[in-house]
Design a protein around this ligand. Structure first.
Ligand code: PEP
Length: 255
């Protein structure tokens, strides 16, 4: 039985004062919810604050992206060891906003995935199709190409490391992210099963173990239905992760 995982993606929101309030409310809200795992991915400047507030709690923290290089002249970039230095255990990779607004590709996602696992970070690889691709019936083609671009570059040793770190996949259809229109639970289940089956082609044990999150307008009101699907192992939450009550209710639904 896979333990559910709820990940908040704060995107570019927050400040020292509002973060403290939000984190204190979440800490209090999930303290007794011991049957699932929780992570908040905060903007890089606030990782230090997250570490101070979350270090003795049941909530982990992570980055929203990472660079593939270890160090060097890469202005504005953050290396994997910088995230681990600040206690991060997770990192989002290939988020649709990184792909669409910052021109990141399957190639960068793949290089960053490798760099992240080598630093000991658990990668959360985001995959998902646009509305046009969805309407054209291309969801599985797109998801497969995004997954394969990363999986194919991992040699056996790297794949074993990713498995050991409990790599995570997040299915995030772009037409559902930030739109208020979540995908139907049955559609989500179909794609999650597709993702798991594709991992099974490489390693059945990894496929059984890997957690596949759904992201895209997941709120307290639809969390229970989505989490009831057999291949939905939790959620990646954007907007609703900025509202303590909503986020805590989603965490409760995962228990
Ligand atoms: C996201 O940004 O990963 C996301 C799922 O956003 P939202 O929950 O706001 O749709």
């Amino acid at each position: 039985m896979r333990r559910k995982l709820v990940v908040g993606n704060w995107k570019m929101h927050g400040d020292l004062t509002s973060n403290q309030l939000l984190l204190e409310r979440i800490i209090n809200g999930v303290r007794e919810l011991n049957n699932a795992d929780y992570v908040v991915c905060v903007p890089n400047p606030y990782l230090f604050q997250a570490r101070e507030l979350l270090k003795n709690t049941n909530i982990a923290w992570g980055g929203q992206n990472v660079d593939q290089h270890e160090e060097g002249a890469f202005t504005g970039a953050v290396a994997p060891h910088m995230l681990t230095d600040l206690g991060c255990t997770y990192v989002l990779l290939g988020h649709s906003e990184r792909r669409s607004l910052f021109h990141e590709t399957n190639l960068t996602a793949s290089a960053r995935f490798e760099a992240a696992i080598k630093a000991g970070l658990t990668p959360i690889l985001c995959v998902g199709e646009t509305l046009a691709e969805h309407n054209a019936g291309l969801t599985e083609v797109v998801v497969a190409s995004q997954m394969d671009a990363v999986m194919a570059t991992l040699n056996e040793q790297e794949f074993a490391l990713a498995k050991q770190l409990n790599m995570v996949f997040a299915y995030e259809p772009l037409w559902a992210v930030g739109t208020g229109k979540a995908a139907a639970s049955e559609h989500v289940q179909t794609i999650h099963k597709f993702i798991r089956d594709r991992i099974a082609k490489r390693n059945t044990q990894a496929a059984a173990q890997v957690r596949i999150l759904y992201g895209g307008s997941l709120k307290a009101k639809n969390a229970k239905d989505l989490f009831a699907m057999p291949d939905v192992d939790g959620g990646l939450i954007g907007g609703a992760s900025l509202l303590a009550n909503e986020f805590v209710e989603i965490c409760r639904a995962a228990n």
